[in-house]
Ligand binder design. Structure first.
Ligand code: ADP
Ligand code: MG
Length: 267
């Protein structure tokens, strides 16, 4: 796991101002928040609502900037990039998967997946080819020409995952991706994410309330406990940091497409 592709939040402060400059209207969501995620990890970020989990994903994905502090992704400090550079950076580097799939209802699965490629130099037939590869990966080739309303919830989420991976980003940021799904479908989606992590080397950070997610992720961060830890406050070595967060003893034990619980992965 080279440092070069790691994700690092350094001494982050994120303060939202609500309606004016008055201090009492400020919400400090994170203060002196430090976190390092190595390339190739599959991190499940858990904890109660309102704790700032989505905020962390937005900072890592360049959708928002910290009030203070630094966001480093793959050797680049992204919180200082201009909006236009950041748009380009996002298109190349990160794929987002949300609780709601946000597919455009008037477009087929295939056309939805091709959309993010509109910003790239790929021509029409190349875009089609990439979308077909992504569809195949999520096991949805036979539904390429279906509209979202003709798909089940799990199938829609598969298409959303295909759209997130179509430009081959290194990082997938998932915000409660199984929140709307029944148990069986949620397991299928978690197994698919684990496969993208294991077989395709995607670094995955997934916000979730799903206790079963721990069986698929290589590290579980319980944000409520992490937030006051020495690691979070930047007072520990990376090794201590890893231990604190229950990094899997042996990541190679992870199964990618089985739903069986794995040893060495703790909640
Ligand atoms: P979580 O995902 O853990 O539920 P969030 O990151 O969405 O938490 O939000 C953390 C806190 O920040 C909440 O108190 C929320 O109200 C506040 N917050 C989030 N986004 C904004 C915003 N754009 N403006 C003001 N406050 C916000
Ligand atoms: Mg959230």
């Amino acid at each position: 796991m080279s440092d070069e592709n790691s994700i690092e939040l350094k001494a982050i402060n994120k303060t939202y101002k609500k309606g004016g400059k008055n201090d009492s209207n400020q919400v400090v969501v994170h203060n002196n928040f430090n976190l390092k995620i190595a390339a190739g990890e599959f991190v499940a970020l858990m904890g109660p609502s309102g704790l700032g989990k989505s905020t962390l994903l937005h900072l890592i994905g360049g959708l928002d900037k910290p009030t203070f502090g630094e966001v480093w992704v793959a050797g680049e400090r992204i919180d200082q990039l201009s909006e236009s550079k950041l748009t380009r950076w996002r298109a190349d580097t990160v794929g987002f998967i949300f609780q709601s799939h946000h597919l455009l209802p008037v477009l087929t699965a295939q056309a939805n997946i091709e959309l993010p490629l509109a910003l790239t130099p790929l021509n029409k037939s190349q875009r089609k080819q990439h979308a077909q590869t992504a569809l195949k990966l999520v096991n949805m080739s036979e539904r390429a020409n279906h509209l979202p309303k003709e798909l089940s919830g799990g199938q829609e989420q598969r298409v959303a995952i295909a759209r997130a991976i179509v430009s081959d980003p290194k990082i997938l940021l998932c915000d409660e991706p199984t929140g709307n799904l029944d148990r069986k479908t949620a397991d299928e989606i978690l197994a698919l994410l684990a496969k993208l992590n294991k077989d395709f080397g995607k670094t995955i950070i997934m916000v979730t309330h799903d206790q079963k997610a721990a069986q698929y992720a290589s590290r579980v961060i319980d944000l409520e406990h992490y937030i006051n830890s020495a690691a979070c406050l930047g007072k520990q070595t990376p090794e201590d940091h890893a231990e604190h967060n229950n990094i899997a003893q042996d990541k190679s034990e992870q199964g990618s497409d089985s739903n069986t619980p794995k040893e060495g992965v703790t909640a």
